[in-house]
Write a protein that binds this ligand. Sequence first.
Ligand code: ADP
Ligand code: MG
Length: 365
Amino acid sequence: MSNVTVCVRFRPLSSKEKRDLGDNICIQSMDSETFIIKDEKEEGFTFSFDKVFYEESKQADVYEFLVLPIVRDTVNSINGTIITYGQTGAGKTYSMEGSNILESDEKKKGILPRVVDGLFACIKTSADSTKYTVKLSMVEIYMEKVRDLFDLSKDNIQIKESKTQGIVLSGATEISLSDTAEALQSLSSGIANRAIGETQMNMASSRSHCVYMFTLNQESISEKRVKSGKLILVDLAGSEKVEKTGAEGRVLEEAKTINKSLSALGNVINALTCGSPSKANHIPYRDSKLTRMLQDALGGNSRTALLCCCSPSPSNASESLSTLRFGARAKHIKTSPLVKVSEEKCSKKNGDASGTRDESFEKIL
Ligand code: ADP
Ligand code: MG
């Protein structure tokens, strides 16, 4: 069993925050794991996480601490999930994509381009007798519907559970990637499609959850074994309370639906962390598309990391506190990462060789 890794990242003050309140911030750093945050009544709350990235932290720092160990695990066929959480404008997409997915400035590159570099770098250094395939699917969850970002006509992708592959996006486009450049182009086209969909639906990107799913298969030619690892990255919708007052029609429906999937996420985390050890606890994964998709990441077969993104401004203290409380609860979740191996078995029947594939799991300690 391993705990979910939870880190916090405070972005620099925005120019609006500086205009409104000068250089005031509501956090006081104690060390690289602990800080105090003051609410609007000046009451202080102390939080500790696996690591706190303050405003001067670099994109590379976040990648190396939070993401690289999970990329290495994926190459060793252990599933991984990386989630960014926080209110709109807190730095989720900046952390995930960078200011631009095709960013050429090394320092500004976000998690995704670094993951792509990391995956292909690990592949390059491994044995010649192994054949690798890397595939990418990209979907968006909006109003409890899953849309394929590589094919906008597929606007109702079903999430299914397969005995051998775990949670799968049934029928979603999978693009085979042969190198970093191809991967970045595919990511860029998915992100562009997301913007097209938003305009069509008159929706802000902060209203939907964006899910990037990499699958890495390794076929050992000599041992006739196929190993596979899945790496899921999720840029969540803004966690702020959506104002329902005055909202009507689609805007009100949207507000309720966004709350539904994020509150379902909160409920799953509560059920996972507050359950009585003596009683089998029902985990309501099926209450939303998001929790269904993250079933493996939350309490299942995955190594999971959560990046809680926050503004350091006193004007956002109450949203930051709610993000930090969410992260503090998530810290108690335990998952059971497994290596999945499928072995080709050859059996001879009436002189014909017929191959069967036998899947097995090896528990990781
Ligand atoms: P979110 O995706 O959470 O809504 P964004 O990632 O779009 O928020 O960030 C909001 C703004 O803040 C963007 O202009 C982004 O470039 C900037 N920003 C966020 N985090 C950082 C950071 N760590 N360093 C510099 N700028 C940042
Ligand atoms: Mg965003």
